[in-house]
Each structure stands twice: as structure tokens, then as C-alpha cells.
Design a protein around this ligand. Structure first.
Ligand code: ACO
Length: 431
């Protein structure tokens, strides 16, 4: 659905969603898809496209904040895909904390591969979410997607494991206390400030670890690309500007004389004041813009086109970089910022390497087929979107229903929900 049409439908002022929030389109699930079916689709697609023997998966971790069952993990549904080959020896379950669960799952898998318990097989990480909000200002910041990532040694996308910086604390910025509803309780303004505070804290820790180990200062110039968890693009623009402000306060090499003069008047703000200052926000965004265009813009394609994908958002931003820059990525560093409300956050980085077929960067870009996937989308009107949201509200937590027989919307090879029986058991099939 186009954000422009939703803007008009909601009676928002023209440009509020498209320029104000910076979003182009928003994806959502119909009754045929959910976080489980999307996970099955991405896992089976990855295994088939890279011709991975299903017995070669030794760990499977899922990150999601979309609750379908309070006990049974999404990972257990995915075990259906390994039944035929008899591989039930797969560790891992689900990780949950808002948009951070995917990063927790990824770090678990990477740690496993780097550990004594590693048995030589691949890890597999799945991030899957349907981001839906009740009617109101947060609704245009929804989205839906799943991403699958294969983890192993000698990877073309290599973790710089020593430089992670995390920030975790207890806040009520966005949470889902009402178990009868899929919608979160959200304090939008607080969530924006928490995100930026977490970013500052993670960046400081990342820089400090880098400096301790490398014996030289880290500035934003040391990252070739930066990918952020992307609830909506405007927050990503503000976040990159905030890294610039951090460099300014740290006397970083990214800040030239001209920028020093422009940011000078803000050097005496307390950190609390700095989050509220509209002038600071404006000036930092302006001075960071040339570097934003180079380092951040390539990551914004999927988040702007699909919306907030919660756990999958950061990895869809990274996939956008691979799609846009695959010809020149070897040797480059990508800085990643993961944020989940509540809150958990980590900054980490990847170093890109050549990789051997089928794991060369250019083959990964071609398997991702980002353009093909975007072009094959079907456009819905806001009226239809609202009708579907109303149906999904009734279906959430319901039992004893079958879904529509019209599956013409789905691409071939997509998994879909067929039925939920009287005992809440869910049945899926592949188109
Ligand atoms: N043309 C251009 N820009 C406009 C227009 C217009 N007609 N109208 C408003 N704007 C701008 C505003 O100035 C503002 O930009 P700014 O921040 O640079 O000043 C922007 O559009 C948004 O307008 P607001 O009035 O601030 O929006 P509102 O308060 O209605 O909602 C919010 C925004 C809080 C982000 C809401 O969508 C929300 O709660 N989303 C969910 C929470 C969220 O995503 N938090 C992020 C981190 S946590 C997570 O990932 C879930």
C-alpha cells in the first residue's frame, strides 16, 4: 500500500507520512500469511537457492515479537521443513524483545559457531514479524517481512566480534501487555528519545572497544556504510545526524572546521537538552547530509518500501546495501545498530569479504533479487487495508476457521496458513 494513499485516507496533512516520516510504502499480511508461514517461506527458499543439505543445519534461532503462541516457539513449526531428511538434531528456540529478538538470535548463532560446542554445521537465523498498530499516528509505521540468514565460518559477511557495544535498560516506550490484541501500547515520543539515547550509548561503547583494541580513534568515517533499525526513515536520518554530533563531542576526525563552527553553539547542552533541541536536530541533519547520502542512503530502500519489519528491519536495511552496492563491497565495513523497545540495543559491525560461490557477494545479491521482489508486489487501497486489519483483529487468537481458497495473491513457493482447528492447531501448505 502506498503511504501517500494512506495519508489521504487518514486525513493526515499531505506529506506527513511520505516526507515527515519518510516512508514510501507499507507491507502487511492478509489472512493467508503470518510470521510462521513467512518464516517457512524464507527458510525453504534459502535452503533451495543455495542448495544446502538440510542435515547440515545444526542450530536454528528465530527472532520475533509477534506472539502466536505463549509457549510453542516459531522454531518448532520450522522443524517441519527438516522432517523429511530426518534431521531433528537442531538446537535453538525463539528470542523475544521487540525489534531486538533477531539480533539476539543472530548473536547466539554466531557465538555458537565461534564456541567449543560448534559441531561444524551451519547456523540459521530467522527474523519474522508483522508490525501492526491500532488506528492512529503509529499506524503508518507498520510493515511485515521475514529474513533468513545462514551462519558459518569463512563467511563473506564477517562479524567484527570484538567491537560490540550494547545498552540495555527498563523503560515503557513500546510494549505488548494486552495478550488479547496484536497491537502494542506505544509512547511514540518516548520511543524516539529512547532510541537516540540507546544509539549514543552503544556508539560510545563501540568506539571505546575499537579504540582499546586498535589504538586509534573511531569516527563515522571508519564505517563505509551504516544500517539502522528503521521504524521509519526520518528516525534513521536523525540517528545518523546524532552519530555526527557524537563525533563532534569526541573531537572526531569526521568533523571539519566548518562543521565545528556550526555545531559549536550546541556544545554546552546537557545530554537531556540535546534530545529535545529542534535546532540541534536541524543543524546536525544538515551537516551530516553529504555523508548520509553516501553511507546510509543505500540501506534505506527496503525499509522505505516495506515499512517497519521489527526484527527483520535492520537486516532488510543490510540487504538493501548488498543489493545497491554489491559490486564494490569487498573490504568495506558496515556498522549496524539494532534497537528493540523496552529496551535492548547493540551496535556491531561486519567486514565484507570476497566469498566463494555460492556465497560470493554478487551471488547473494542475485539470489536476494530485491528489484524482482519489489516489482512483483500487489498494490492495495487503504480501504482494503483497513478491511483486512479488521478481519485480522478477529482472527488474532481465534480457533476453528479456514482461510480463503483464493491464493492468487501469493507468489509460487510461498507458504500460507490453511486452517486453525478447534484445538488452535495451525496447518500450513506451500503454493
Ligand atoms: N509534511 C511534511 N512533514 C510533516 C507534515 C507534512 N504535512 N506533517 C508533519 N510532518 C513531520 C513532522 O514535523 C515530524 O517530523 P520531525 O520529527 O522531523 O519534526 C514528522 O512529520 C512526524 O510528525 P509527528 O507529528 O511527530 O508524528 P506523530 O507524533 O503523529 O507520529 C510517531 C510519529 C510518534 C513516530 C508515530 O508514528 C509512532 O508512534 N510510531 C510507532 C513508534 C515508533 O516507531 N518508534 C520508533 C522506535 S521504537 C520501534 O521501532 C517500534
Amino acid at each position: 500500500m502506498a503511504e501517500e494513499s494512506l495519508e489521504a485516507h487518514d486525513g493526515a496533512s499531505k506529506g506527513k507520512y511520505t516526507i515527515g516520516l519518510g516512508q514510501d510504502c507499507m507491507a502487511f499480511c492478509t489472512e493467508l500469511e503470518d510470521v510462521i508461514s513467512m518464516s517457512m517461506t524464507v527458510v525453504s527458499s534459502l535452503l533451495e537457492k543455495y542448495q544446502i543439505d538440510r542435515k547440515q543445519i545444526g542450530r536454528l534461532e528465530v527472532g520475533s515479537e509477534t506472539v502466536i503462541d505463549k509457549s510453542k516457539s516459531i522454531k518448532t513449526w520450522l522443524m517441519d521443513l527438516f522432517e523429511d531428511c530426518g534431521n531433528t538434531d537442531i538446537e535453538g528456540v525463539d528470542s523475544t524483545n521487540a525489534c531486538y529478538g533477531g539480533t539476539a538470535a543472530l548473536l547466539n548463532c554466531v557465538n555458537w559457531v565461534e564456541s567449543n560446542s560448534w559441531d561444524g554445521r551451519y547456523g540459521l537465523v530467522v527474523c519474522t514479524d508483522s508490525a501492526v498498530y491500532a488506528e492512529g499516528p503509529a499506524r503508518p509505521t507498520g510493515g511485515a517481512a521475514a529474513v533468513a540468514m545462514l551462519i558459518g565460518p569463512n563467511a563473506p559477511i564477517a562479524f567484527e566480534s570484538k567491537y560490540r557495544g550494547s545498552h540495555m535498560s527498563h523503560v515503557y516506550d513500546f510494549y505488548k501487555p494486552n495478550l488479547a490484541s496484536e497491537y502494542p501500547v506505544v509512547d511514540g515520543k518516548l520511543s524516539q528519545t529512547c532510541y537516540l539515547m540507546a544509539l549514543d550509548s552503544c556508539y560510545k561503547r563501540y568506539c571505546s572497544k575499537f579504540e582499546d583494541l586498535e589504538g586509534k580513534q573511531f569516527s563515522i568515517l571508519d564505517a563505509d556504510y551504516v544500517a539502522f533499525h528503521s521504524p521509519y526513515n526520518k528516525l534513521v536520518q536523525k540517528s545518523f545526524a546524532r552519530l555526527y554530533f557524537n563525533d563532534f563531542l569526541r573531537n572526531g576526525s569526521s568533523i571539519n572546521k566548518d562543521v565545528y563552527e556550526k555545531l559549536g553553539p550546541f556544545s554546552t547542552l546537557s545530554s537531556e537538552e540535546s534530545y529535545q533541541s529542534r535546532d540541534l536536530e536541524k543543524v546536525t541533519q544538515q551537516v551530516a547530509k553529504p555523508q548520509y547520502d553516501v553511507k546510509v542512503q543505500p540501506s534505506t530502500l527496503l525499509p522505505k518500501q516495506v515499512g517497519n519489519m521489527y526484527t527483520a528491519s535492520l537486516y532488510a536495511a543490510f540487504a538493501s546495501i548488498v543489493h545497491n552496492k554489491h559490486e564494490s563491497l569487498v573490504g568495506q565495513r558496515v556498522l549496524m545498530f539494532s534497537y528493540g523497545s523496552g529496551l535492548s540495543s547493540t551496535m556491531f559491525s561486519f567486514r565484507m569479504r570476497e566469498g566463494q560461490h555460492p556465497f560470493s557477494i554478487s551471488n547473494i545479491a542475485s539470489v536476494l533479487n530485491v528489484s524482482g521482489k519489489l516489482e512483483s508486489r500487489q498494490v492495495f487501497s487503504p480501504e482494503k487495508f483497513v478491511e483486512i486489519m479488521n478481519l485480522m483483529e478477529h482472527r488474532y487468537g481465534a480457533k476453528g476457521f479456514v482461510t480463503s481458497e483464493d491464493r492468487s495473491l501469493l507468489s509460487p513457493e510461498t507458504y500460507y496458513l490453511k486452517e486453525v482447528d478447534a484445538l488452535y492447531r495451525r496447518y500450513y501448505a506451500k503454493k
